[in-house]
Design a protein around this ligand. Structure first.
Ligand code: 4NP
Length: 153
C-alpha cells in the first residue's frame, strides 16, 4: 500500500487489509510505504489513528518508511493510492519498475479508471472518516475479487 507520506492513507489501508486478511484465513504479508519520505520514522497521523481506533483497529505501532525499488521484488502487488504516487514509484524504481505488479488501489472497485483516493492531509477530521470508508470498501473488494478468481469453475 503506497501513498505520498505514509502517514494518512496507506497506514489505514495496511491496518484494514491486514485485519480482513486475518479474518479470511489468508496468509498475506501487508505493508505500507510513502514515496516522499518526509515523515520517515513517524507514527500515522493522529486523525488516521483516531478513525482507525473508532472502528476497532490499532495502527499506532506502524512506522512510516519510504518506498524502495526492492519492494517490487518483495511483494506480488504494489497498490498506489493516486496518479502522483504512481509517477513517484516509477521515478524511484527506474529499471526495477514492474508494470505487471503495480495497481491503482481504487481499480478494485472502479476497474480501469485509475482514480485517486482523496488525500485527507490538507483537510479536517471529516476527510479522514470519508477516506476510511473508501479504503474499507476497497479492502473488502480486494479480498472478494481474489476469492472469486480463485474459485473452481
Ligand atoms: P498521505 O498524506 O500520502 O496519505 O500520507 C500526506 C501526508 C503528508 C504529506 C503529503 C501527503 N506531506 O507532504 O507531508
Amino acid at each position: 500500500m503506497v501513498c505520498l507520506g505514509n502517514i494518512c492513507r496507506s497506514p489505514l489501508a495496511e491496518g484494514l487489509l491486514r485485519k480482513k486478511v486475518r479474518e479470511n484465513d489468508l496468509n498475506w504479508t501487508i505493508e505500507s510505504a510513502g514515496t516522499n519520505g518526509y515523515h520517515t520514522g513517524e507514527a500515522p497521523h493522529h486523525l488516521s489513528q483516531k478513525v482507525a481506533k473508532c472502528n476497532g483497529i490499532d495502527i499506532s505501532e506502524q512506522i512510516s518508511r519510504r518506498f524502495i525499488a526492492k519492494d517490487f521484488e518483495q511483494y506480488d502487488i504494489i497498490y498506489v493510492m493516486a496518479q502522483d504516487v504512481f509517477n513517484d514509484v516509477k521515478n524511484i524504481t527506474g529499471d526495477a519498475f514492474d508494470k505487471n505488479k503495480i495497481k491503482f488501489f481504487l481499480d478494485e472497485i472502479h476497474p480501469g479508471k485509475n482514480l485517486d483516493v482523496p488525500d485527507p492531509w490538507y483537510g479536517d477530521e471529516e476527510g479522514y472518516h470519508d477516506v476510511y470508508k473508501i479504503i474499507d470498501e476497497t479492502c473488502d473488494a480486494i479480498i472478494k475479487n481474489y476469492i472469486i478468481t480463485k474459485e473452481p469453475r
